[in-house]
Design a protein around this ligand. Sequence first.
Ligand SMILES: Cc1ncc(COP(=O)(O)O)c(C=O)c1O
Length: 458
Amino acid sequence: MTMLAPSRPNDTLTRHMLYPFTNASYAAKNPPLVIEGGEGVYIIDSEGRRYIDGQAGLWNVNVGHGRDEIKQAIRDQLEKISYYSQFGGTTTTPSVVLAERLCAMASHEGMARAFYSSGGSEANEAAFKLVRQYWRHVGEPNRHKIISLKRAYHGVTLGALSANGTPAYKEHFEPLLAGFSQVETPHVYRNPFTEDPEALGRLCAELLDREITYQGPKSVAAFIAEPVQGAGGVIVPPANFWPLIRAVCDKHGVLLISDEVVTGFGRLGSMFGSRHWGVKPDIMVFAKGINSGYVPLGATVMNKRVADAFVTEDESQFTMAAFWHGNTYAGHPLACAAALANLDIVEREHLDRNAGEVGSHLLARLRDVQQRHPTMGDVRGLGLMIGIELVKNPDTKEAFAASANYGSRIAEKCKQQGVLLRNLGDTFILSPPLVLTKAQADTIADTFESAITDVGRI
Ligand SMILES: Cc1ncc(COP(=O)(O)O)c(C=O)c1O
């Protein structure tokens, strides 16, 4: 039972707080919902209204809200010790046990060691520093460049931002880091090349090959990609793309980093996104679903090839061979305790399987709604990661004018009807908790249809 705090006047919600990616005047005119409680796939606002959480917080509350088992694991750890450093000769038990667990869960991918941070951007940042230092250790110090995909989202810190493939995130902060470049993403719905997914997968892998060759293979450290691009608009690559990019990386000796911040731990219907594509990356980057957001945590997990470069029996090299990176809160014991309880739930409740089954059902339901609503230009997705791109003209794929606020108006109607969905302009990016049932998926699809009908053609 959620105890509601007395409501705050709306203007106090925005007077002193600067919200991420939100203009202060806009926020003042459109005050945020104050979320006071949550239970399973539902969240409850300060007025006591209940919503289906169609975005799982921010792609992260995979096991649902308010899970007693996770809360208890955090409390138990809190009773022992709330925090202790991992620098210079101390550690805590949950972080050690979690590293073992992550490597066991990703043993198929050959993962050997985990390095912690406090979130997704930091975990990618660690991955970039790790690969640069790796290449110095193995005698190729010139390999420092990082290649990523257009429309990629890897985070907001300067390194992660440099790898992003959407200019809007970057333009306020340029110049960004040298040595980062982006190649075409295989976006089946919007690309100037071909409508044949397989040909597109081949072409984009070929473009990566050409970019590595152009940059000079001996200067390229790593290629990073999301198994399905999330914030870029839920872009599902053709099935041949990941195996082909693995082959391109191998051809040039380049390391492959899979950004599993969203896709890790079940969201695509497989435990890891790269596993869905049948590919073993060299580094897997986790955050979000690692503990369903109960306490901030990120992890950069590496295979033996990478890990062994940081191991030496030569005592004179002990200092220099260390990974020269670390944050105070990385691998926080409360976060790791939460992660262990979270992963118990993911495995026990087979949430990867549920995401696959309920995700297919939701996708089919939304595609059925699309038949009656031609402004739903493209409905795409894998597991419980689904994108709906709204267009003015489905034949030409012409977009609506931004000033029409079409997507936001539909999102508002959904909210009024008890379903909270996230839209980036006219693209909805659905990522409900992985405990979603088919009946709840039906409610999402029915509500979306009712909202799009209410808003009408514009
Ligand atoms: C694929 C991916 N990588 C990295 C990040 C950054 O994670 P964080 O916001 O925890 O820094 C995100 C955030 O949405 C993401 O979707």
